[in-house]
Ligand binder design. Structure first.
Ligand SMILES: O=C(O)CCC(=O)C(=O)O
Length: 224
């Protein structure tokens, strides 16, 4: 779609809001630089191993808490045993601004308001080549606070489903570089996934010459 035509903020389902082009190019560049640093350590980015032996096609690095199926820990026992990088205060602020933007005209998300939203973990996913993400629910958190998602780089198809099944009904939308998506309220636990990434659509001006970066901020609800 032509960048000349602004895409409107859309509530895809109650509490599931898409805010196109929310991040400026400068913010995207800064996030790419920060993610490059986190990707190298203290816990390097890796393909997550699944309990049944499979390996996720996306590569993931975490902040605040380390996620591995299906739990959060402070240290990365499945990688190098080190504690993950801290969740930075500036990212808490970014998360709050994201909620404000998403829910300004769609206040359907319960549980927290932008002022008190305090994400304590981020999963940073990098999609290259044929990487995809199957339909799943984000349910390893002990909090039902919204999940804030930021996209940079290649455009993808993002599938927003329902809370009952991995299959239809679902809605496919495109997430492009700079887009914000929030899953909260009645949509906090919908199945969702990334069935396709449109390779080669990234704008190199973000600092990412290929692939797709996705950052999801969450509230684990875990103590300490
Ligand atoms: O890459 C995306 O946009 C979605 C990522 C996701 O679903 C997740 O990290 O749970």
């Amino acid at each position: 779609m032509s960048a000349l035509i602004p895409r409107p903020t859309t509530e895809i389902a109650p509490g599931a809001v898409h805010v196109p082009q929310w991040l400026t190019l400068e913010q995207q560049r800064e996030l790419v630089t920060a993610c490059r640093g986190w990707a190298t350590g203290p816990v390097p980015i890796r393909h997550t191993r699944l309990p049944r032996g499979g390996v996720m096609s996306v590569q993931t690095v975490c902040l605040g808490w380390h996620w591995q199926p299906y739990q959060y820990t402070r240290t990365a026992g499945d990688v190098n045993g080190r504690r993950v990088a801290a969740f930075p205060d500036w990212m808490v602020e970014l998360g709050r601004r994201a909620l404000t933007a998403a829910y300004a005209d769609a206040p359907t998300a319960a549980d927290c308001t932008p002022d008190t939203y305090t994400p304590d973990t981020a999963l940073i996913n990098f999609y290259d080549g044929q990487a995809r993400m199957g339909m799943h629910q984000d349910k390893d958190e002990r909090s039902s606070a919204p999940v804030v998602s930021l996209s940079i780089g290649d455009t993808c198809v993002f599938r927003v489903g329902n809370t009952e099944t991995r299959t239809k009904p679902y809605t496919d939308i495109e997430l492009a570089s700079g887009d914000l998506f929030v899953l909260g309220g009645p949509s906090r636990y919908v199945f969702h996934g990334v069935p396709k990434v449109h390779e080669g659509t990234a704008d190199p001006a973000t600092g990412l010459t290929s692939g797709r970066l996705n950052i999801t901020m969450r509230v684990t609800g875990l103590p300490g």
